[in-house]
Ligand binder design. Structure first.
Ligand code: CLF
Ligand code: SF4
Length: 509
């Protein structure tokens, strides 16, 4: 579990762009001129500029739809939907839906009224919480009464919270009107295939209209319903994200096609997530030895989906595979602070004004960070990607700063770094990517795992690092840089210095 992260840079004002912190890398060269190395003609990923102002407004404070927003705004999930109507081979039904959660995680179920009480309580404690999602523990639309009752209550009592839904899509066409009537502006559909031949290796059965379908028929029904639901939602201007679980040897070669198809149907964002697979999860894939991808394999596939000769799709790169009762910034889980005893039996007034003040403060901080980037001419998306970039890992507690001690980091944010370029391309969880005995022996230390996790990075940026990990990083050819700075500024500075011909280049997407 991640350590609690900070929300606002207000107490940690970023230094002025002209005043490098002690120990920071060499300053950027003035007015770095974009070399135009990006193969994508559109904005690269969710950090790329969004031209449509209505869409820009919709993603502005949604931590999943905007990588920038995820540094400042929190989400919460309420676990109100226990049942499911399909079976995925990466899911053990004793636990949460693995479509937006890692296997082996159990959330405690709430009634809609309990969910409302919890949301009001959390909204007053974590005013940066901007989005409420329903993502399980089963499928929200397999539990329509509970799901829509919860959303009705929230729309009535929490007017400033964005409502979000994640579904396997089987029942989606039946509820498109209900979703739009409620003003739900963001829907995620997990689409792992568009070819039933691939699907029959992922889905053993689907329950539809009172009948259980198996084999190719099951996947055909599921795929048709998913795509019909997606099209109906995008026709109604609901912003849709597609999640896909990357399952090596099963659908990895197929997901570029999925990306192309859902883009053609108007999906805004594609989130390719790694299969998390181990025998102790009790899933079919876990018990039959189907492994999850390495971070490098995942990134390569995301790059292919995004590339011009791939699907040219807008990719989400910062998903944390949250649990169905997750609370907090992505990458942290404060669910334990908000157990039943914290919110049941208490009357919480909804502090709309206090929340609005907090959000206004966040927007001021973001504007200051944007201004710094512009002054420094650092781009994080679009067509300005230089020819040469390297990967740089960042330890952060949030708020847009390199501000985490190396030894306390439970995850690293991976950036493409180059001259005037800093783009978030992945987050790597130190524990999550310990994929089991085939890759790492049981005796492997956290430090060894971290070295392996960052093996393709040219540098790691952190607020502090001890002598032993520094030595290990040095031995692995990863430069350890102590710096307390705006992330983009520190990353671009490292990139300008390190992305020379002597370094291994990142594969160009
Ligand atoms: Fe939740 Fe999902 Fe809405 Fe986000 S999560 S329902 S879109 S508010 Fe986000 Fe979590 Fe990844 Fe989901 S990081 S698992 S993509
Ligand atoms: Fe499990 Fe979710 Fe798949 Fe249902 S849709 S079987 S809950 S992973």
């Amino acid at each position: 579990m991640s350590a609690q992260r900070v929300y606002l840079p207000l107490t940690e004002s970023p230094p002025a762009p002209s005043a490098p912190m002690p120990g920071s890398p060499a300053p950027l060269p003035p007015a770095a001129s974009p070399a135009g190395g990006c193969k994508s003609k559109r904005g690269c990923g969710s950090r790329g500029p969004v031209a449509d102002p209505q869409i820009a407004e919709k993603i502005a404070n949604h931590p999943c739809y905007s990588a920038d927003a995820h540094q400042y705004y929190a989400r919460m999930h309420v676990a109100v939907a226990p049942s499911c109507n399909i079976q995925c081979n990466y899911c053990n039904r004793k636990f949460d839906c693995s479509n937006e959660s890692r296997p082996g995680v159990t959330s405690s179920l709430l009634t809609p009224e309990e969910a409302l009480a919890k949301v009001k309580h959390v909204a007053s404690e974590i005013k940066q919480m901007s989005v409420l999602g329903i993502a399980g523990p089963g499928d929200p639309l397999a539990n329509p009464r509970r799901t829509f009752r919860t959303l009705d209550l929230l729309a009535r009592d929490c007017p400033d919270i964005t409502l979000c839904l994640s579904t396997n899509g089987l029942r989606l066409p039946d509820y498109v009107d209900r979703i739009t009537d409620l003003g739900i502006g963001h829907v995620t559909i997990t689409i792992n295939m568009i070819d039933p031949e691939v699907g029959e290796r992922i889905y053993p059965w689907v329950a539809f209209h009172g009948k259980r379908y198996t084999g190719r028929d099951a996947s055909k029904i599921l795929s048709e319903r998913q795509l019909a639901g997606l099209q109906a939602l995008t026709d109604r201007k609901v912003l849709c994200k597609v999640n896909s679980v990357m399952i090596p040897g099963v659908n990895d070669d197929h997901l570029v096609e999925v990306s192309r198809t859902v883009k053609g149907m108007g999906a805004f964002l594609h989130n390719v997530m790694p299969l998390v697979s181990a025998p102790e999860h009790g899933t079919v894939f876990g018990m039959t030895g189907v492994r999850g991808p390495t971070p490098q394999e995942l990134k390569a596939l995301q790059d292919r989906c995004e590339a011009d000769d791939g699907a040219e799709m807008n990719m989400m790169r910062h998903c944390r595979q949250c649990r169905a009762d997750a609370v907090g910034l992505l990458g942290e889980d404060r669910g334990e602070e908000f157990g039943r005893q914290a919110f049941l039996g208490t009357q919480v007034a909804y502090d709309l004004e206090g929340r609005q003040r907090t959000h206004a403060e966040i927007e001021r901080s973001r504007a200051a960070a944007r201004a710094s980037r512009e002054t420094l001419r650092i781009e994080s998306g679009g067509t300005g990607r230089p020819e040469r970039v390297v990967l740089v890992a960042v330890a952060t507690k949030g708020s847009g700063m390199v501000n985490q001690h190396f030894g306390r980091a439970t995850e690293f944010w991976i950036y493409e770094a180059g001259d005037g370029w800093a783009r978030l391309v992945q987050t790597r969880d130190v524990a999550r990517y310990c994929a089991g005995p085939s890759e790492c022996g049981e005796q492997e230390s956290v430090l060894d795992k971290t070295v392996r996790l960052l093996s393709d990075c040219a540098a790691v940026l952190c607020s502090k690092i001890g002598p032993q990990p520094r030595e290990a990083m040095d031995a692995a050819g990863i430069e350890a840089v102590e710096v307390y700075e705006l992330i983009e500024k520190a990353v671009a500075a490292a990139g300008a210095r390190l992305a020379g011909p002597a370094r291994a280049e990142v594969a160009q997407s």
